[in-house]
Design a protein around this ligand. Structure first.
Ligand SMILES: CC(C)(COP(=O)(O)OP(=O)(O)OC[C@H]1O[C@@H](n2cnc3c(N)ncnc32)[C@H](O)[C@@H]1OP(=O)(O)O)[C@@H](O)C(=O)NCCC(=O)NCCS
Length: 153
């Protein structure tokens, strides 16, 4: 069995959009994922087991932080460590770009995602009231400090 993580392409963007539609009530359409390919600040990765598409993670590289847009794993592959592998890839991306901080937000009720972030070392630091719609819900904001490459702890 071979696990690989690759930059999203025009072809895999269709798989990403399909999984996004399965997971979220306000999914980005395929065209939005295609648009990120030309955005130098956006980066999406897909994870594969042998030739099967397993999931994706997307992030923006802002001036002094990486902001995770979304992470999702196909239902059949959940609970076996793939989400954590993608979070580690986001951390490598932040380190490689000299970003000292990773941030993200999540629906308050999304226990699997919140647990994933917490086991990966993220700390909740704020709540944004009624941030989400459809259904309306608060967002919990998480962040994690990362050591840039070459920096000591
Ligand atoms: C959140 C999500 C990406 C997690 O991916 P995953 O591959 O299942 O996660 P992993 O197997 O890597 O699990 C990592 C940790 O997350 C936690 N976790 C994962 N699924 C969980 C669940 N259903 N309930 C509680 N904790 C869970 C566990 O603590 C786990 O660590 P452990 O295995 O040491 O106990 C996946 O559930 C998913 O795609 N959900 C739908 C999309 C979504 O809500 N994305 C987040 C949007 S902000």
């Amino acid at each position: 069995m071979t696990i690989s993580i690759n930059e999203m392409t025009g072809d895999t963007a269709r798989l990403v959009a399909g999984l996004e539609a399965k997971c979220f009530s306000d999914p980005w359409p395929y065209e939005s994922f295609i648009n990120t390919l030309a955005n130098e600040h956006a980066q999406y990765y897909t994870i594969h087991r042998d030739y099967a598409f397993v999931g994706y993670i997307g992030m923006y590289n802002l001036i002094d932080e990486v902001s995770i847009i979304n992470v999702a794993i196909e239902p059949a592959y959940r609970g076996t460590g793939y989400g954590r592998m993608l979070m580690e890839r986001a951390e490598d991306f932040a380190k490689n770009h000299g970003c000292p901080m990773i941030t993200l937000e999540v629906r308050e009720s999304n226990t699997p995602a919140r647990r994933l972030y917490e086991v990966c070392g993220y700390q909740a630091y704020a709540v944004q009231k009624n941030y989400y719609t459809n259904p309306k819900e608060d967002a919990v904001l998480y962040r994690k400090a990362v050591n840039r490459l070459g920096m000591r702890n």
